[in-house]
Write a protein that binds this ligand. Structure first.
Ligand code: SF4
Ligand code: MG
Length: 333
């Protein structure tokens, strides 16, 4: 499959003031050289602890946060050369966690959905909005003239999805889009997202801290740690055959649905280190039980593991053939 979006070496460093009387400036390495692609029609999940740069990465892709460095290529067009940010933003829509903050409280939901198409000169914005309302499970007769505060969280998120689709996007970025919903509502919205993807031929980037949800919806999964990609691969490989010690720890901490599948591995201890002064070399070395001296000295590169071109991880201790580190294997035996 062809890539729809390619992100190359994205960087975003936030300067902050620190120290006595705030006289020093420090740099937060929020996103530090992140590269990936998302193929046409697939769902790419992005996981990692909070503060790992998942949301910043998403916002960098559509210019909600300015890039310090890096390149975005959308369907073969380089942002800033072949297409403008405005053109990119029509093709890429985003749905956020807070369903209420995303909607104008003074617009009826019909007007909210029709607003984007209207200002972009798309045909029949209101008819489009009615059709989409219906498609996301909200009867236009009952819901079109309501205001956001008159809806439940799940209903509002359906409105946000309709609003995103009204722009006829090709890629939808869902940033913790179901995280605030009750479990039963969450399942319904996930099913709806799956149906809409097929029906409209969409591509999704699905960002969540909830590994079970990501597994349910994703074809491929990208794992981030402290502003960097540590592993990426098919969802099956990431969930059952992790190569990177961080991915393993992350998944060991995940409450398993399947009691036979629980590992003895202790969950990740403590919080990630401060992104102001990230650890040298492999950023995970301060928490990794397989760390050796090379780990703090040099940064490991993402490399193909286990002979599967689509599965990559960045760890010095990995055996490229099996996809597992030597130390890792010994520990498992
Ligand atoms: Fe652990 Fe070293 Fe691999 Fe980093 S490079 S994950 S510290 S073994
Ligand atoms: Mg976030």
């Amino acid at each position: 499959r062809q890539p729809l979006l390619i992100a190359k070496d994205l960087k975003r460093h936030f300067p902050i003031r620190s120290g006595l009387l705030n006289r020093q400036t420090a740099t937060v390495h929020a996103v530090d050289g992140v590269s990936f692609d998302v193929k046409k029609g697939e769902v790419l999940g992005i996981v990692g602890e909070s503060g790992c740069g998942k949301s910043t990465t998403a916002r960098l892709m559509i210019g909600l946060i300015e890039l310090d460095d890096g390149q975005i290529i959308f369907d073969g067009d380089v942002l800033g050369e072949d297409i403008t940010l405005k053109e990119l933003r029509r093709g890429v829509q985003m749905v956020f966690q807070d369903s209420y903050a995303s909607l104008n409280p003074r617009l009826t939901i019909l007007d909210s959905i029709a607003f984007g198409p209207k200002i972009n000169g798309l045909e029949d914005p209101e008819g489009k909005a009615r059709n989409l309302l219906k498609r996301v499970g909200l009867e236009p007769e009952r819901f079109a003239h309501r205001y956001p505060h008159e809806l439940s969280g799940g209903q509002r998120q359906r409105v946000n999805i309709a609003r995103a689709l009204a722009m006829e996007p090709r890629l939808v970025i869902l940033d913790e889009a179901v995280s605030a919903l009750d479990k039963s509502v969450e399942a319904q919205v996930l099913n709806l997202l799956n149906e809409l993807r097929e029906e409209f031929g969409l591509t999704y980037i699905f960002i969540s801290h909830d590994l079970n949800v990501v597994r349910y919806i994703s074809d491929r999964v990208l794992v981030m740690y402290l502003g960097e990609v540590v592993e990426v691969g098919p969802a099956e490989a990431i969930y059952h055959n992790q190569a990177h010690p961080y991915t393993s720890s992350l998944f060991a901490a995940m409450p398993s649905m399947d009691p036979d599948n629980r590992t003895e591995e202790p969950p990740l201890a403590g919080d990630p280190p401060n992104p102001i002064n990230p650890p040298s070399g492999c950023r995970f070395h301060t928490r990794c039980k397989f760390a050796e001296s090379v780990c703090s000295a040099a940064k490991p590169k993402l490399s193909v593991i286990g002979g599967d071109e689509t599965h990559l991880a960045a760890c010095h201790m990995m055996d490229p053939a099996s996809g597992h580190s030597q130390a890792f294997k010994e520990a498992a035996e």
